[in-house]
Design a protein around this ligand. Structure first.
Ligand SMILES: [Cu+2]
Length: 550
């Protein structure tokens, strides 16, 4: 013990004199306002739009998508502190969700934190997530679909050292593409009226806010950061000329190695990164990126084949990049044998609505099976096997990226499942997945260390707005100093703190920073740490009031 004590003092002294401990601060002023944009020929379309300005940090933290009414792309690095002052100039309340980020509940965009019309909100958080294509969009109760539909959405791109060490397409060859659909009135205005139990399906495809979108490409390799920003449309993506769908990244970042698929299933809210190799194409070639038909009980309007956009190869350039054989390790790979608890939530249909876990959304309510200690490793089972009406749903869970453990389908759902199964990308870190009719999906998650209320919901936005959304209550972390998850606070945890100095990943004290306070907390917690995850005493249930369900 004495030896350890000396090591501690020496290490702290060294670290306190280091100059590389501060993370970058990126401060942005944004607003949500009404403007017009020339989407179609003739009358401009009224859109709702995020605009922003970098107040502190690199000006490259914001880039504008050319010819688009979508919001600016936010670019930050893991470990950065991001402060976004959001001004709501709409005539409605709003709140912004940073989809995929593991951040405190007060800045997650929960509808309880909505700012009124004319109000503002400060989103201040440390980026703990790894490099990936995240995105941001409004999340007010019962109005998320319409606010996204009218234009409030864009990318939130995180980079880190592991990603930067790879030889991936950069600059103009790193291409974010947001796929949406809309219906326009005779006067070129966005029409959100025609909804069914399946949701909303527009007759016009928009890519980065453009109709008939064509991208003029070189004979090069592109990193396509695909975002399905649709209201309800699940995509089954394929190139018209059979160019393979080589996936390098998913919701929560780069895969361990590239994976090739015949087509890609992508529900609303999901992101996929594709290594698109046009280096062997000819100048003059035109490829269409299509969504293919899929079938059987997925809901009217779902599964319709159409072309989404085109790539026109208009110039010859030489390419030197080659597809890496390995990308980025997962980090912690969860083992089902190690779980500390389980949750089972059923999708069902009653009283003309889709619900999950037995009832509609209620602002502050989390049921007893919707609570767990922060940092606990659990298995979640989602079933889509009961009830009269079974459609495909894109399920999204706030707060933490997770790992898909299994999928199983009953014989009644097999026909439809066979039309999508070869394009389900379940590898890597996920925050949103498609569950098919008659399917059960299990995933493994280590809950966030941020306590509070986090939503889980269907990302078919009309479904979400009708109440297919619930709260999950993350309780205070039982053993915050047990960073290595071995039920002991010992030298291994101390070394984790040291190894993660200046980042959010060795945080014990709950401030998302790893510094001397975390060393002191680890020392004071030294010894056996009985997590006691399996049974949560009643005293740990939320003390917040439970309003009547609407
Ligand atoms: Cu749904």
């Amino acid at each position: 013990m004495r030896g350890f004590h000396m090591f501690r003092i020496t290490t702290i002294a060294v670290l306190l004199t280091s100059s590389s401990l501060t993370a970058d601060l990126v401060q942005i002023n944004m607003d949500q306002s009404i403007s017009t944009h020339p989407i179609l020929t003739g009358t401009e379309t009224t859109t709702w739009r995020y605009t922003g300005q970098v107040m502190q940090g690199p000006t490259s933290a914001l880039t504008v998508i050319p010819n688009s009414y979508l919001g600016p792309i936010i670019h930050v690095n893991t470990g950065d502190e991001v402060r976004i002052h959001m001004q709501n100039n709409l005539a409605y309340e709003s709140t912004t969700h940073w989809h995929g980020l593991d951040i405190p509940d007060a800045v997650d965009g929960h509808p309880k934190d909505a700012m009124p019309a004319g109000g503002s909100y400060d989103y201040d958080f440390i980026v703990r997530n790894r490099a990936a294509t995240y995105w941001y969009h409004p999340h007010p109760d019962m109005m998320t679909g319409e606010q996204v539909y009218r234009g409030l959405a864009s990318f939130f791109i995180v980079s880190d050292a592991a990603e930067q060490a790879l030889d991936l397409p950069r600059g103009e060859f790193d291409l974010p593409l947001c796929i949406q659909d809309a219906t326009f009135s005779a006067s070129n205005q966005l029409d959100y009226g025609n909804q069914t139990m399946s949701g909303f399906f527009g007759d016009t495809t928009l890519v980065n806010g453009n109709v008939n979108y064509n991208y003029s490409a070189a004979t090069r390799i592109y990193r396509l950061r695909l975002l399905n920003g649709s209201q309800s449309r699940i995509l089954k993506l394929a190139f018209s000329d059979g160019t393979p769908m080589v996936v390098i990244g998913v919701d929560g970042g780069l895969l361990e190695a590239p994976e090739e698929y015949p087509y890609l299933i992508m529900g609303p809210g999901e992101r996929l990164e594709v290594w698109a190799d046009f280096s062997n194409k000819n100048v003059g070639d035109v490829l269409s990126l299509n969504t293919l038909a899929f079938s059987d009980n997925t809901g009217p309007g779902q599964g319709v084949a159409k072309s989404l956009m085109t790539f026109t190869i208009d110039r010859a350039e030489s390419e030197t990049l080659v597809l890496p054989t390995t990308l980025v390790p997962m980090g912690e790979v969860f083992n089902a044998a190690d779980i500390q608890g389980q949750k089972t939530w059923a999708i069902n249909f009653s009283f003309g609505n889709f619900f999950i876990n037995g009832g509609p959304f209620s602002m502050f309510y989390a049921a007893s099976n919707e609570q767990s200690p922060g940092d606990a490793l659990e298995m979640v089972t989602i079933t889509n096997t009961s009830g009269m009406l079974k459609y495909a749903h894109p399920m999204h869970f706030h707060g933490r990226q997770f790992q898909i453990y299994s999928r199983s389908i009953t014989s009644q759902g097999a026909t439809g499942y066979n039309t999508v199964k070869d394009g389900l990308v379940d590898s890597g870190w996920q925050d949103t997945f498609v569950i098919m009719p008659y399917e059960t999906v299990k995933y493994l998650v280590r809950w966030s260390r941020h306590p509070g209320l986090f939503m889980y919901h269907c990302h078919n936005l009309p479904h979400e707005d009708m109440g297919m959304m619930r709260n999950f209550h993350v309780l205070d972390t039982t053993c915050p100093s047990d960073l290595t998850h071995d039920a002991m606070v010992d030298v291994s945890d101390f070394l984790e703190v040291i190894a993660n100095w200046g980042t959010p990943f060795g945080d014990v004290t709950g401030d998302d920073l790893t510094n001397v306070n975390d060393v002191l907390a680890t020392i004071s917690d030294w010894g056996i740490c009985n997590a006691g995850f399996r049974d949560i005493p009643n005293t740990n249930k939320p003390t917040i009031s439970l309003p009547s369900k609407k």
